[in-house]
Design a protein around this ligand. Sequence first.
Ligand code: CTP
Length: 240
Amino acid sequence: GRLVPVETLVGATRWLLGRTGDLAGRTVVVTAGGTHEPLDPVRFLGNRSSGAMGFALAQAALDRGAEVRLVTGPTNLDPPYAAAVTRVETAAEMLAAVRAATATADALVMAAAVADYRPASPSPSKIKKRSAGDQRSLELVENVDILAAVDRPNLVRIGFAAETDHLERHAVEKRRAKGLALLVANDAVATIGSDHSTALLVDADGAVERLPMLAKTDLAAIIIERLGALLPPPRPAKDR
Ligand code: CTP
């Protein structure tokens, strides 16, 4: 027989129920996962991001009626039903995809763990081992900051910070430096690979709110609820 997978049924039902939500008519771009920066054809620099937070945000935005564009680095997760997915590997590819996706969007929620640096000159062929005991070093160059690069007046930008120390101080400073509408900060070690997060929210006035430990799906719902309040009133349909 032709049975529809239960995830599809649940996804389609959530999508349908969400159509009348407060984000109906809005387009939200969400990034997820970590980037892979190639060293050679078989190796990369990466990080431990699972993509769980970004995928939960995409689902939460769909639940409130948004059109969702999900730009994701490599992950094993199944994307939410009805999200338009673009898969990328490197920070440079993510920048291009986010530029294209945000050109006609209302908001960008940047949950991806983008590599700050990439190998300066990836080798076209597999790098060979040298003689035993030899030391090697790796030259890195900075990646473009995607959140900063796509800044424009009508795009509401929400960023993340993963810190291992001085969480609140770094969070407040990071929000200010990037001029974000909202910054979500959490403990890098406790959060990566976990399905829970204890986050701090920093708003555009620099006010800090400490949230209790929450499932990432519940944290995502709170962030997207805040996003609804940050969006300017919808433009009349004829102006879109
Ligand atoms: N980000 C981005 N483009 C990059 C790097 C990060 O858009 N090239 C985004 C991330 O998606 C996240 C936020 O910026 O939303 C994180 O800011 P960043 O200052 O890079 O944070 P960390 O890498 O955690 O900072 P630091 O290296 O200062 O610890």
